[in-house]
Structures are given as C-alpha cells and as structure tokens.
Write a protein of this length. Structure first.
Length: 272
C-alpha cells in the first residue's frame, strides 16, 4: 500500500503533467496532430485535386471558342483562378472535429489545461499548409496548358498565398458548423455555401460582359474581387489597387467566418 510520501509524489507529478504547456506549445501540438491526420483522409485531398482539373477542362473546352469573341481575353488564363478556388475551398479538418466531439475526445480537451484558442488555431495552421500545397498542382497545370505569369516567380508566390488565404478563411464556416452541431452531414453540406460565392461572380465571363441583376450581384461579391486580383497576377502585372481590393474582400469574409467559428468554439466549451 503506498505511503504518504509516494502519494504526495504522485500528486506532484500529476500536477506538473497537467500544467499548461503554453499557447505556442498547445497550438503546435494541435497543428501536428491535424497534419498527421491528412494522410489518413485521402477522400479530402483527392477530390480537391480532381475536381479543379475536371472543371477547368470542361469549362475551357466548352467556352474557349465563344470567349475568343471577347477582345483581349485569354480564356485559358482567365479560368486558372477559378480552378484554384475549387481546389482550396472547403478544405478543412472540420470532420476530425466532429469525430472528436462524437467520441468525447474534444470534451476531454476542453476540460484539460490546453488553451482553447489553440484548439482552433492549430487546425487552421494545418489547413493553411494543406491548401497552399493544393495550389501547386494548379500552377503546374497552368504552365502545362501554356499559361504563364507576367509577374514572374513573385507573382506565383502571391497567387498561391492569396488562394491559400481564401481557403483558410472559408474553412471558418465548416468549423463553425462542426463545433455548433457536431453533425457530419451538416459539415458535408457546408461546401454548398461556396456556390453562391462563385456562381454569382465572374466565373465564366469578365464583369464587362455581364448585365442585369447578375452583374450587380457580382459587384458586391467578394469572390469577384479575389478573382480579379488573382487574374491580374497572371495577365496584367502588379496592380496594387486590384490586389488590395481582393485581399480586403477576402479578409472581410474572414471576419465573418472566423468570428463564427470562435463563437461556436466558445459556445461548445462553455457547455462543459
């Protein structure tokens, strides 16, 4: 039977082990776990590679001849930013969060000394690494079909960063749904939120060719400005105003999406 000294030592060990590791340490641990889970979920990454290529081939094949009637439009280059948005949008570890909620693992994390903000930030860091990686095949596809970047290597890096930033910011929506509902079906349909963003914008034709209510809606759509910024890096050169508008529109969506996910995290944590 353990004596008082061994009991005291065990208590002290448990206290030390339960001590907070610090915000950076907690964030790093969550991000590392999320990154390791990526290789176990090919159903997340494979569609993100196949769908953009499929959509690009189908769209360019169907509309390239028609687009030749629009002066100065290189339709192959015009559609590359659309392909990259299909690649990076909706990519997140939100389903991992749902699994953790359903198994009770997330509840144990919440009542542990781990920093609660790190629970979300670590996941977002892993997501950002993944979506940046997913932009690489799209850039390679651009060169394969003969599309170059007039802004050179710095422009390619800016293109990848802005695309990855959009993917990161959009991930706030599935995380908010996952943390609020803990329902995998609800998370799976979160990608549908993207369709109004994309299809009510300059998806198929430039803004100048759009008329009526759709053209007016495109003016207020943040993805319109993001696409314009990405396209400028390919075809027009460095245009600070266009790039700032695209970045500002992306960050504006981020205020909503990340704000929703933080509120959902707080709500789930306070239930426990």
């Amino acid at each position: 039977m353990p004596g008082p000294d061994s009991t005291l030592i065990a208590s002290e060990v448990n206290r030390i082990l339960a001590r907070r590791g610090g915000f950076l340490s907690d964030t790093s641990s969550v991000a590392e776990r999320a990154l390791r889970s990526i290789t176990r979920d090919p159903e997340v990454t494979i569609p993100a590679l196949v769908i953009p290529v499929f959509m690009y081939v189908m769209t360019v094949g169907a509309l390239n001849d028609v687009a030749e009637d629009i002066p100065g439009l290189n339709y192959k280059a015009f559609q590359i930013p659309v392909a990259v948005l299909f690649a990076v949008t909706g990519i997140s570890r939100a389903m991992v969060v749902v699994t953790d909620i359903q198994t009770g693992y997330f509840d144990r994390l919440v009542i542990s000394p781990v920093n609660r903000l790190a629970l979300l930030l670590g996941l977002l860091i892993a997501d950002f690494a993944l979506v940046i990686a997913l932009t690489v095949p799209v850039v390679i596809m651009a060169f394969i079909v003969g599309v170059g970047f007039v802004t050179g290597v710095p422009g390619i890096l800016a293109f990848m960063f802005m695309s990855g930033l959009w993917g990161l910011i959009f991930a706030g929506f599935p995380y908010a749904i996952a943390l609020k509902t803990g329902n995998p079906a609800a998370v799976n349909i979160s990608f549908l939120l993207f369709f109004p963003f994309l299809f009510m914008t300059t998806l198929f034709v430039p803004r100048e060719a759009m008329t009526g209510w759709l053209g007016a809606a495109a003016d207020f759509n943040p993805v319109t400005h993001l696409l314009a910024a990405l396209r400028s890096l390919i075809s027009d050169g460095w245009e600070p105003y266009t790039l700032v508008k695209g970045l500002g529109a992306t960050l504006g969506v981020g205020v909503v999406s990340i704000g929703m996910s933080l509120a959902a995290l707080k709500g789930r944590a306070t239930r426990k």
